[in-house]
Ligand binder design. Structure first.
Ligand SMILES: *Cc1c(COP(=O)(O)O)cnc(C)c1O
Length: 433
């Protein structure tokens, strides 16, 4: 399989080069030039087996081709259950049972398996730069922590992640450093993009990216959609529709890609917080990237979703993009209501992001929609206890992996918005603990 840049000014590459580069040299995002058909029509098998089958066509001709089953087994070794809620047709697809309690673990762990297997043993260290609105950084940090040949630098918006998220970003040490940036997630993303396209910097440092722009994260995320949809069709005989809490559009794009490969996925709804560039676009307005607004679903505080560029590339025009999915937006009050309603109606406590999706589901049910819907549960509520606990009136107990991270000391270095400061910091020899 060949991969092209969305901006059309860079040569096509194979997956190994696309994974190593992250961003294409023209600043675009890599996309497979064709979408293969999965030819998977039966359920059964593990998540890792589903992932292997789905990813195989993308890794045809790769140095990793024969290692793909082992990579999927190593990366996707925790459950992703489709939990029925107590209203018929309502489900949660729980993606928060990994080491950092958010769905980002799936892509980050697969990417780490891929990059460490692609690395030549005598190569200089790769510095992975990652901008995070909260969860990606921890997932990437955990996936690369103490991996030979890698340094990880995490940039997060200071004061805009939950206290437990901040702790989880700064708690690694060793080869993983956290920078708390005096700005928004979009600022962090811009700084990372600037570094990745700084050819002078790249003469000195081998850089890699781990944002959702990386195919190594995007592609494996198809696996849980495929797995749940195949299981659902085997049991219920129909396609499963998905409501996906959306920020940078990586998770939802994976669902769209899985559906395009022929998996029995019905409608895709993007559920946004008050950052509504996508809902406005899907309602017919021009796509207008905005500055990120702070909300209580902070991992989705993205005003300029990077993966929109991929979605647009695969479609002939805006009308066909708009036919592919729909989008809605809910503000913080709506999120708070949805958290309380989930507890009252379903007896579950969602994280604020998952609550954005549950709000969208409640709206569809109120309109009389009786189709089966799975809301993607993107993080564990204990990561956002300062939002969730006052609303539900009791403590939310962290899962064991999160409790371990919280028990370790944490530290982060402050960083301003001037790119030169990041460049200078990167060029200083990274202190290893
Ligand atoms: C990253 C994240 C999202 C948004 O996912 P995208 O792929 O950026 O659209 C939603 N919820 C949680 C908890 C996240 O960490």
């Amino acid at each position: 399989m060949r991969f092209a840049s969305t901006r059309g000014q860079a040569p096509e590459v194979g997956i190994d080069d696309a994974l190593a580069a992250g961003l294409a040299p023209d600043g675009g995002l890599y996309v497979p030039v064709a979408i293969p058909q999965a030819g998977m029509d039966h359920a059964g098998g593990t998540l890792a087996e589903t992932a292997t089958a789905l990813l195989a066509p993308y890794f045809a001709g790769s140095r990793l081709q024969s290692q793909l089953p082992a990579m999927c087994r190593a990366a996707l070794d925790f459950p992703v259950p489709l939990q029925p809620l107590n209203h018929p047709g309502d489900y949660l697809l729980e993606l928060f049972h990994g080491p950092t309690a958010a769905f980002k673990d799936i892509g980050a762990r697969f990417l780490a398996e891929a990059l460490s297997r692609l690395r030549a043993p005598d190569a200089p260290d790769t510095t992975i730069l990652v901008a995070t609105s909260g969860d990606t950084g921890a997932a990437v940090g955990a996936a690369f922590h103490r991996r030979e040949g890698f340094q990880v630098v995490i940039l997060y918006p200071d004061g805009r992640v939950s206290p437990r998220q901040a702790h989880g970003l700064g708690c690694f040490g060793d080869n993983v450093q956290a920078l708390r940036v005096d700005g928004t997630f979009d600022d962090c993303q811009r700084l990372v993009k600037q570094a990745l396209t700084d050819s002078a910097l790249r003469e000195t440092l081998t850089l890699g990216s781990a944002n959702s722009i990386s195919l190594g994260r995007l592609l494996p995320q198809m696996a849980y959609y495929a797995h749940a949809a195949l299981q659902f069709r085997a049991e219920q005989g129909t396609s499963l529709n998905f409501i996906i809490p959306t920020g940078n559009l990586g998770n939802a794009l994976a669902a769209w890609l899985a559906r395009s490969m022929g998996l029995p996925i019905g409608e895709i709804v993007l559920a946004s917080n008050a950052n509504d560039a996508l809902p406005r676009y899907f309602a017919g307005a021009d796509y207008l990237p905005q500055a990120g607004k702070a909300t209580i679903a902070n991992a989705m505080d993205v005003g300029a979703p990077s993966n929109f560029e991929r979605l647009r590339w695969w479609h002939a025009d805006d009308a066909s993009v708009r036919a592919a999915m729909t989008a809605c937006s809910v503000d913080d009050d709506g999120i708070r209501q949805a958290i309380k309603a989930a507890q009252a109606r379903h007896g579950v406590v969602p994280c604020p992001h998952t609550a954005v999706g549950l709000h969208a589901l409640a709206d569809s049910r109120a309109r009389g929609d009786e189709r089966p819907w799975a809301v993607v549960a993107t993080a564990h509520p204990a990561k956002f206890e300062t939002v969730v606990e006052p609303l539900v009136g009791h403590d939310v107990v962290p899962p064991p992996a999160l409790a371990d991270a919280l028990a370790r000391p944490a530290a982060a270095t402050p960083l301003g918005l001037d790119y030169a400061d990041l460049r200078d910091w990167l060029l200083e020899p990274i202190a290893t603990a």
